[in-house]
Design a protein around this ligand. Structure first.
Ligand code: C5P
Length: 480
């Protein structure tokens, strides 16, 4: 994901941009965006991402630029934040926060208070943020063009992490005696604070009053959490939220994408199921859950209210999704049923077709000379079939067909048998590396058409499927 760092432009360009931005009453960042938008709409800019057309077989023809698979369309990608680090022991976590935001494509500029520099060095912060760290309100170089105003104007969001009781008090009362507080007072951007302090300080009536004032001023909070304090023997509420929680809160605040699936309730299954044989052994398959989780996350990003029913996987729960963890096919079936009525079902899980007829309560022992015992298998419930034939059937039912041969024929048969609206067929032959891998090549099959997509990342596959789902609901929902 490309991003432009304004401070890396040469001085002449920067000056021209500054004047243009001032004339148009925009920040420099906004000005760059407008210039790029103009360039793209006049046709001189970079080529736009192609929208796939169901009438065409794209297998050979379309290549779509890869997005960052691991972080799956983070809503803040391509945006910039100003991180203000104030002086608390939790400042060490800010280094991790910077790293995690940057790896998701967010540009991070940093301001540190003098007290913060007692806990982490500006050198470390600058090295991880990949730029200069600002800390001096009287810095001649940056204040010549009113740096404390520019710093926040050029950001999409201002984050204060950690936010000490002292800085919260200054913010609540409009003090501006150092760069951090001056930036915050001159700021016109949304602000997110991650308070971090001793539990007695957090509970102190003065901090309570300040927190209430800040909340009333529209400032967003993440944390603090309860737990052990750095001071030995102290525990309670006051720990700074973990970097990934802050990243999630930042993502929500920066998310300005349209939400075409708002009001749609969806249930998604993902991952394998584990069917126990005895307390230590089970039947499973190689599904990683990556595709199902990417679909659940993308549906939520498009505004759907999503419940993900996940078998055992090695993945974090997707942001913005309610995740129910199950082990077996039968548990998955009842968790899915409990979501009815809903509008959409996307059944991605590689559910084990069979389970052991009996589950031993003790570990089955090898008995010398007797050879292996035999395992009696019984069939598991077919969840997709149950959903497709349910009296409460969702309006759109989507299944997957993982096949190693006769992909399209088998998928079409499945569409009928399970009463699904679409089957997403994918070839899971071992040489393709789909099971557990990061890429997938699918065909979307409905009663009439087959749309073959090129080899894409699983995140991009999720986007392609979810865009089609959004189109389907737009076409099949009567306007009031
Ligand atoms: O019959 P097959 O397992 O190939 O069908 C695959 C589709 O059916 C997938 O959407 C999968 O999630 C779903 N399925 C299910 N319950 C099963 C078996 C498959 O929901 N027991």
């Amino acid at each position: 994901m490309a991003s432009i760092t304004i401070r890396n432009l040469d001085d002449e360009t920067k000056q021209a941009l500054r004047e243009r931005a001032a004339q148009n009453g925009r920040s420099m960042e906004q000005e760059v965006r407008c210039l790029l938008d103009d360039a793209v709409s006049s046709g001189s800019g970079p080529e736009q991402k192609p929208r796939l057309n169901p009438a065409q077989d794209y297998t050979e023809t379309v290549s779509i630029s890869a997005v960052d698979e691991e972080f799956g369309n983070y809503p803040g990608a391509g945006k910039s934040v100003l991180l203000i680090i104030s002086g608390g022991i939790a400042a060490y976590k800010s280094l991790d926060l910077i790293r995690r935001l940057r790896e998701r494509g967010v540009e991070v500029r940093c301001v540190m208070t003098d007290a913060a520099a007692q806990f982490v060095t500006p050198m470390a912060v600058g090295a991880i943020a990949g730029g200069q760290v600002f800390s001096d309100l009287w810095d001649r170089a940056s204040e010549q063009d009113i740096g404390h105003i520019r710093l926040s104007r050029e950001a999409d969001l201002v984050i204060v992490a950690p936010a000490t009781a002292d800085l919260m008090a200054k913010m609540a009362h409009g003090l501006a005696d150092d760069l951090a507080s001056a930036v915050l007072l001159a700021n016109n951007r949304p602000v997110l604070i991650a308070p971090a302090m001793n539990p007695q300080m957090w509970a102190n009536p003065a901090t309570r009053r300040n927190a209430a004032l800040l909340a009333a001023d529209g400032i967003s909070f993440v944390g603090p959490a309860s737990g052990e304090m750095a001071e030995s023997g102290e525990a309670g509420r006051g720990r700074m939220a973990e970097p990934l929680e802050i990243v999630a809160a930042v993502g929500k605040l920066l998310d300005d994408r349209p939400r075409p699936l708002a009001g749609i309730r969806a249930v998604v299954t993902s991952g394998p199921t584990h069917e126990p044989i005895d307390p230590v052994r089970y039947i499973a398959n190689r599904s990683s859950g990556k595709q199902g989780h990417a679909i659940a996350r993308t549906l939520a990003q498009y505004g759907a209210d999503v419940t993900l029913v996940s078998g055992p996987v090695n993945l974090p729960d997707p942001d913005g999704v309610e995740t129910i963890h199950v082990e077996t096919a039968r548990e998955m079936a009842s968790a899915v049923e409990a979501q009815f009525p809903c509008d959409l079902a996307v059944m991605v899980a590689a559910v084990a077709d069979w389970r052991s007829a009996a589950t031993a309560t003790e570990k089955m022992k090898k008995q010398d000379g007797k050879g292996p015992g035999s395992l009696e298998l019984v069939e598991n419930p077919d969840i997709l079939k149950m959903v497709g034939h349910s009296a409460d059937r969702p309006r759109l039912v989507v299944g997957f067909a993982a096949e190693t041969q006769n992909l399209e024929t088998n998928a079409r048969a499945k569409l009928k048998r399970k009463n699904a609206d679409w089957i997403i067929a994918n070839d899971v032959s071992p040489e393709g590396g789909v099971m557990g891998g990061d890429r997938n090549q699918i065909a979307i099959i409905d009663a009439k058409t087959t749309l073959k997509l090129p080899d894409l990342s699983k995140t991009e596959v999720a986007t392609q499927i979810v865009e089609r789902i959004a189109d389907w609901f737009a076409e099949n929902t009567a306007s009031a």
